[in-house]
Design a protein around this ligand. Structure first.
Ligand SMILES: [Zn+2]
Length: 280
């Protein structure tokens, strides 16, 4: 288990325990204010002038109603044969009306985004680059709630095309080892930085023990969803590329706004978000 992530998790648990103790003490004090007995109920308390609790406010956006994914397939779809190399997918071969959310790099560590994803319980996979995410792996460790997985996006995010095998292998296997050390689990999927790769990459991906390289069919950018799939709609099994965008890339929007827009689009087109590791 990664020491840094583990320490932060333990620190988080002790903060939570502290909070519970404070809340318990407050409850005791509140009880003692009424002399420990039950206070008489006044007519006003019985029928209080009730202001409905707003379901949302400008600072807390309304959460979209998401479609539920079907149960995971009993057997994973057969991937294209790739010999000694790992297959490359821009879409998962399935007829289920599901898409897969993949979030890259790990530059921004936005607590509001973390809170939103926890509320929505939408599955996603994080493709982390050590040089961008490595200053706070604890943030991504907390995002692993509910089974979200961390996957491999190289140590330093080079364009791999044309690089010698040893360099490519060092980038990919190096991040495998780093993520295993931090999170206690070996990644199974790889995404080449910028989507650039060659045959050497695919051999290194297989040699580092990864199952497949993932590209994408659609790409959520700060100015909206781009259909790189040549269609103007999502398709079953679509792999959605998204990023942990830092504020300076968002043009005044927030990562939360962008996430909600993406999830609304997915839902309006009749798709549910499923977990890619259940399929690949
Ligand atoms: Zn990237």
């Amino acid at each position: 288990m990664g020491t840094r992530a583990g320490q932060q998790r333990r620190a988080g648990a002790s903060v939570r325990r502290g909070l519970l103790a404070v809340l318990a003490a407050a409850a005791v004090l509140a009880g003692s204010c009424t002399g420990g007995g039950r206070a008489p109920v006044t007519p006003e308390q019985n029928h209080p002038a009730h202001t409905p609790t707003p379901t949302h406010s400008p600072t807390r956006p309304a959460l979209p109603r998401l479609l539920s994914p079907p149960p995971p397939p009993r057997e994973k779809p057969v991937l294209p044969a790739a010999g000694r190399s790992a297959p490359v997918l821009d879409r998962v071969p399935t007829r289920d009306r599901v898409v897969f959310l993949t979030i890259d790099d790990g530059i921004a560590k936005d607590p509001r985004f973390a809170r939103l994803m926890r509320q929505l319980r939408v599955p996603f996979s994080m493709f982390l680059t050590d040089s961008m995410a490595g200053d706070d792996y604890g943030y991504f460790d907390r995002l692993r709630h509910g089974g979200n997985r961390v996957q491999n996006h190289t140590l330093t995010h080079p364009s791999l095309t044309g690089l010698p095998y040893a360099r490519q292998r060092a980038e990919i296997c190096g991040q495998q080892a780093r993520l295993k050390r931090e999170f206690g689990r070996t990644p199974t999927l790889f995404r080449p930085p910028r989507g650039h790769y060659d045959r050497t990459t695919l051999r290194a991906v297989a040699d580092c023990g990864l199952r497949a390289s993932l590209l994408w069919g659609v790409n959520m950018q700060p100015d909206g969803l781009r259909y790189d799939n040549g269609a103007d709609r999502l398709r079953p099994g679509e792999i959605v590329l998204f990023h942990f965008f830092p504020p300076e890339r968002l043009g005044g929007r927030t990562l939360t706004d962008l996430t909600l827009e993406l999830l609304r689009t997915i839902t309006e087109q009749g798709y549910a978000v499923a977990r890619i590791e259940d399929y690949v």
